[in-house]
Design a binder for this molecule. Structure first.
Ligand SMILES: [Zn+2]
Length: 335
């Protein structure tokens, strides 16, 4: 059997070819899928996706997203929400992030075995990505500054008063990711929570018509790390949330396969095959955002409604957004 490094690179390639595969997880790419497309258990992208992207103006490459550093910092907006106290939000976010970063990978994706020769016992099987709370930020705009003189934050922001995006009644949260359009490397990610239109629930007692904040944050964390919606309806990364449900709190086999495919325990990242054959080494832990952490931000927000240029002029940073939609309640007649 070939090494796991090769297997993971091939898995990345077959996703783009829409080939049959065992996992349903999908990775967000530098090219946004058409709005009407929904992933299936066997296909993350529409037929001819690379050609669709190449024909856009300007042409877009299809590169799966990934964080280079082993550690990524985040910051909760200091105002939190009038409906969720800062400490409750902070604790729940840490729980949600930990769901992903504490994941142990199955032996087939650990990168610990190569050609039948395995590393000595005791080697970690945990994913090689950590999320670190850098403390609150005053910044409440979604943005990424590309200039070396500007500081950044990977911010989590509540929208109590109004939802500044489309589909307010059915969108629970939105994650905006800035990335290098040629490599897929993520530069910045911000989460927005739609508390203006939906009542979030803290703790285990979730009302039947409530929205479990931990479930929602666990789902958004998948986007933060570069995963897209899965075609598996049981997965945390499935696109739709049912009110009153806590299922998305717990990663499924499919979610675990996804995170392990990107951030293998050996510290590598699965990238596009055109970049060093599809596997590159990650960097040692440094959770500082690019250009340093700023407690405040001083410039207006950049656009975040769709995929496209997301930085200042001359930037290589592009953005893509991913949201969690509400499943509309459907009344069924008794049989
Ligand atoms: Zn989503």
């Amino acid at each position: 059997m070939k090494s796991d490094r090769v297997m993971r690179a091939l898995a990345c390639t077959t996703m783009f070819l829409s080939a049959l595969r065992a996992d349903a997880y999908c990775r967000t790419t530098t090219c946004r899928v058409p709005a009407a497309f929904a992933p299936t258990p066997t296909s993350c992208y529409p037929d001819g996706f690379e050609e669709i992207c190449a024909n856009r103006d300007p042409p877009q490459k299809v590169r799966a997203l990934w964080w280079r550093n082993r550690c990524v910092g985040y910051s909760l907006n200091a105002a939190a929400s009038r409906k969720i106290a800062f400490d409750d939000a902070s604790l729940t976010m840490a729980q949600a992030f930990s769901k992903w970063t504490s994941t142990s990978c199955p032996s087939t994706s650990t990168g610990l075995c190569d050609g039948g020769t395995c590393s000595p016992s005791g080697a970690s099987s945990r994913v090689s990505i950590d999320l670190r709370d850098l403390g609150p930020t005053q910044c409440d705009v979604v943005k990424y500054f590309t200039g070396a003189e500007e500081r950044n934050q990977n911010a989590v922001i509540f929208r109590d008063d109004s939802w500044p995006h489309e589909e307010a009644s059915r969108t629970l949260a939105l994650t905006t990711v800035n990335f290098n359009k040629d490599t897929g490397e993520i530069y910045d990610a911000d989460m927005e929570i739609n508390t203006a239109n939906h009542r979030m629930s803290i703790g285990d007692d979730v009302p039947s018509d409530g929205y479990d904040f931990l479930s929602i944050m666990t789902h958004e964390t998948g986007h933060f790390l570069g995963l897209a919606h899965s075609g598996d309806p049981l997965a945390t990364m499935f696109a739709r949330y049912e009110p009153g449900n806590t299922k998305m709190r717990n990663l499924t086999t499919d979610d675990i396969a996804g995170i392990c495919a990107v951030y293998a325990p050996d510290g590598t990242r699965a990238v596009h095959e055109s970049i060093d054959g599809g596997i590159i080494a990650g960097e040692s832990c440094d959770p500082e955002p690019r250009h340093g952490f700023g407690e405040t931000c001083t410039q207006a927000a950049k656009g975040c409604q769709s995929s496209g240029p997301g930085g200042t002029s001359g930037s290589f940073a592009f953005i893509v957004t991913s949201c969690l939609w509400l499943v509309r309640a459907v009344r069924r007649k008794p049989a």
